[in-house]
Structure formats: C-alpha cells, structure tokens
Design a binder for this molecule. Structure first.
Ligand code: ADP
Ligand code: MG
Length: 250
C-alpha cells in the first residue's frame, strides 16, 4: 500500500500540493482527476520519490520513505509520464530500453533477460520485430507501449501514469487502457492514473480523487456514475467534459 500523509509542497509562494492525504491500495486502480495546475504531477513526483514533500510523509507498506529506502521505492513505484518520447533515449533501441532495468535493477543474466524482454513486449503488445529499432524510429503508440513495458520490467508494486494517455487518439487510448485492465488482472500491481479525461476515470477506477488548488476535494469509492459526485466543482468538471464531448460531434 502506498500512502501520502498530510503532504505539502511549495514552490516559492505557490503551494502546489496542500496538505494531501491519499491511499493507493494494492491490486487496485486509483484515478486522480483535476484541472491543469491543481498539483497532480507534483503529487505524482512525490509518490514516486523523485521529489520530497516539504512536510508530511510518504509510506510504502507502512514504512516511511527516507533516504535509506529511496532506491527500493523508486523501483517499486514506477512513473510513466505524458511525453513518452522525452522520457526515452532516442538513440537506444527498444531492446536496450527494456534490457537496462533488468540488468541494473534486477541483476538478471543475459539469457534470462532475453526471455523476459519477449514476455514484456507480449504483455504490452509491442511488436517483437521492432525491438532492434531505435526509439526515434517508433510510432507514438509504440513508444508509449515501450514506456509501459519498461515500468513493468522493474516488477513494481505500483505504476503511476501521469497523463500518459492524453496525447493518443481515441482508438489507441482504448486499446492501451483495455490492455492495462487485462494486465491488472494478471499481475499483482496497482495503478494510479492521473487524467483529465473523465471517461478514462470511470472506465478504470476503483477509487477517484478529485483535486483542486492542491487539495483533494472529493473522494469517490467504486464509482459507477458521475452522478455520485457531490461537490459543485466536481459537477462542473463533468459538465465541461459533457460539453466537450457534444462539441466534438457538431
Ligand atoms: P498539474 O499536474 O495538476 O497540472 P502541477 O503539479 O504540474 O499541476 O503544478 C501545480 C502548481 O505548481 C502549478 O501552479 C505549477 O506552476 C507549480 N509548479 C509545479 N512544478 C513546479 C516547479 N518545478 N517549479 C515551480 N512551480 C511548479
Ligand atoms: Mg501535470
């Protein structure tokens, strides 16, 4: 279980995350929604221990994360960012991208790594015949799948997707989300999905947190409908999404 307890993060006079407490249960999908600037990415960076909170603590399975446990935490909590291209080295081949964590983090031998790379590419439906291609020669969707496979390679307990599916067209996004649903059933892993797409939230979530101005303003357990949202701001988000959806058909 991954927990944030009363964490706050300030940049100068700006409070990006303001006294937030959230729980990411094992084996579940948690979704955070909220408009741009509400502190979602800052929270994601703290949960994956890329940044430290000013106050409050992050706990992994009940243990507060500190300098001593940082390395294990980074392996156990993987972050997949929005822009796949910029989080990959364009000169590496797809195979090298996947080989690295297996070698460095899991200390696997070569034959074992080979086998694992095949498994990983199958899991995320990355075409095996593209493994020798450089990252820069892959399509956006393939790069995205590669980022997900690299996160899975570390055998983490938690994967955080920070707007990872935003740039994708609708069909590809659907494919990737349903692939993730399949994976969730197979692997004992939890996902934290950060999105401003409410359809993604409803499709995936066991629990939804709504963020605004650095705070969690509403929590929805086992959501079945947006009508369950109580706060005015959450309802505004739903209305805005509905408006956008209609506008697309005009
Ligand atoms: P979101 O991901 O919800 O769009 P962010 O966490 O990126 O929100 O940002 C929350 C607020 O914190 C914004 O006002 C942003 O400008 C500010 N912020 C985020 N990261 C930094 C940073 N590294 N330096 C200064 N301000 C930052
Ligand atoms: Mg963000």
């Amino acid at each position: 279980m991954l927990k944030a307890e009363n964490i706050t993060k300030r940049y100068g006079f700006q409070t990006a995350v303001d006294d937030i407490s959230i729980t990411i249960s094992d084996d579940s999908v948690t979704v955070i929604v909220g408009e741009s600037g509400s502190g979602k990415s800052t929270l994601a960076r703290m949960l994956s221990y890329i940044e430290r909170p000013d106050t409050g603590r992050i706990l992994l399975d009940g243990t507060s994360i500190g300098r001593r446990t940082a390395k294990a935490t980074r392996r156990n909590v993987q972050l997949v960012m929005q822009d796949a291209a910029s989080s990959l080295d364009p000169h590496q081949t797809a195979e090298q991208v996947l080989d690295e964590p297996l070698k460095l983090l899991l200390k696997m031998g070569r034959p074992q790594r080979r086998e694992r790379i095949s498994e990983l590419t199958d899991m995320v439906h990355f075409p095996r015949d593209r493994l020798k291609n450089k990252v820069s020669e892959l399509s956006g969707g393939q790069q995205k799948r590669l980022c997900i496979a690299r996160a899975l390679a570390a055998e983490p307990q938690h994967i955080i997707f920070d707007e990872s599916f935003s740039g994708l067209d609708v069909t590809l996004r659907k494919q990737i989300l349903s692939m993730l649903k399949e994976l969730r059933k197979k692997l004992h892993i939890s996902f934290l999905i950060i999105t401003h797409d409410l359809d993604t939230a409803m499709y995936m979530a066991d629990r939804i947190y709504v963020m605004r101005f650095g705070k969690v303003i509403e929590t929805l357990e086992r959501p079945t409908s947006f009508l369950d949202l109580k706060e005015d701001y959450s309802k505004e988000l739903v209305k805005a999404a509905e408006y956008k959806r209609q506008a697309l058909y005009i």
